[in-house]
Design a protein around this ligand. Sequence first.
Ligand code: SF4
Length: 419
Amino acid sequence: MGMTMTQKILARAAGLDRVEAGALIEGRLDLVLGNDITAPVAIREFEKAGLHQVFDRERIAIVLDHSTPCKDIKSAQLCAVCRDFAKAHQITHFYDVGEMGVEHALLPEKGLAAPGEVIIGADSHTCTYGALGAFSTGVGSTDMAAGMATGLAWFRVPTAIQVKLTGALGPYVSGKDLILHLIGRIGVDGALYQSLEFCGDGIASLEMDDRFTICNMAIEAGAKNGIFPVDERTLDYLKGRVERPYTPVEADPDAVYTQVIEIDLSKLRPTVALPHLPSNTRTVDEAAGKPIQQVVIGSCTNGRLKDLREAAAILRGKKVADGVRCIVIPATQQIYLDAMAEGLIADFIQAGVAVSTPTCGPCLGGHMGVLSDNEWAITTTNRNFVGRMGPTSSMVILASPAVAAASALTGVVTDPATI
Ligand code: SF4
C-alpha cells in the first residue's frame, strides 16, 4: 500500500521507511514559528520548564504581526517578551515592525519554507506552506515551546482526502473561490485531522498565490494540512529564495485516500461565505445585493500581490461607495513595495481606500478596522465566526479580492463581472 505526500514527508522526518495512517511518530522539525500572541505563551512555557537553549536559532521564526504596530499596552508588552527572547537566543528569523509581514505570507517570501520540509507554527494557518509541497501545520504554544527546545514534535499520521482539479479558472474566479467552494461542499469538519492533497492537471493553471490561499484555508475544513505537488511553478517561486537543498515528494500511485473529490475549475463561480461559518457558502449571484459597511482586502489568505492586482483592476479610476470603508493591507513590506511600483497603491488611494502597513489587524478584530454593532463587512480573510471582527452582532462575509473590491464600489455584495 502506497503513501500520500504527507505520509512520505512524515516518514522521512521520523527516520522511517514508511508510516501508516493513525501511527504516532516523532518527527524532526525544519522550522518552528510563533507570533506576537502565541510566542509569549510558548516562551513562558519554555522558561517555566527550565530550558535555556533553543535547538537551532536558524530554525525558529518569530513574527510580530497580529497587533503591530502595537495597538495597546498589552500588545506592546507581548512584543517586548518576543524581542527579549529573540535577542537572548539570537533568533535569526525574528521580524519586528518595519520588516515583518503577515507571517504566512512572509515566511515563503523569505524562503523559510521548502518542499518536503516539516514546519509547525503556533498559529492555525501555518498550513499555508503546503502550497510549496511542505508538511506544515498549526500547533499549540506548548508544542511550540517543546519544538523550540528539541527540534522535534509528535504527530498522528493523518489519512488523506484527494482533491482532483481539472480545467482552468474563469475570469474573476480565484483560489479563494475554489477553497470556499470546497469547504462549502465538505463542511468545516469535512477533512477533520486529514490531509487535503491536491492533484490533477488543473493545478498547472493555478498561480502560487492561489495555491497559498487554498492551503491557508485547509484548516477551515478541519484539515491537519493542505498540500500541493511540486511543479515548474513551485520551482520558479523557490528560485532565488531557497538556497538549501530540499527534496520534494510525490504521492504513490496506490496511496490510499478516504475520499476523492473532483472539481472542474472552469465550472466554479465567484463564491462567498455568509456568517458565521466558512462553509456557509453561496455563489456571488445568490448573495448579491446584501449591504455592507466595510471591506477588508488583505490577511494571510489574500494579501499577496496577485490579490492586490485583482482588487486594483476593479477599483482603478473609480470611487468606493459613500458609506463604505475600504481597507487594503499588503501582507508584507515586499508586497507593499511591489504594489507601489506597479501603481496599485495609487489606484487604491485615488479610489478612496485606506492602505495600511502590513498587519493582521482587522482579520481578528484587533485594530485597523474593528466593526461596530450590527455592521457587515465583506473581507478576504479566512474566518467569519461570531465576533471575529467586532462585537457579536457584527457580521463577516468571506470573499475573494475581486468580489470584495466590486462590493466596495457598490456598497452591496457584487459580482465583479457586473462592474
Ligand atoms: Fe491569523 Fe488573520 Fe493573521 Fe492570518 S491574517 S495569521 S488568520 S490573524
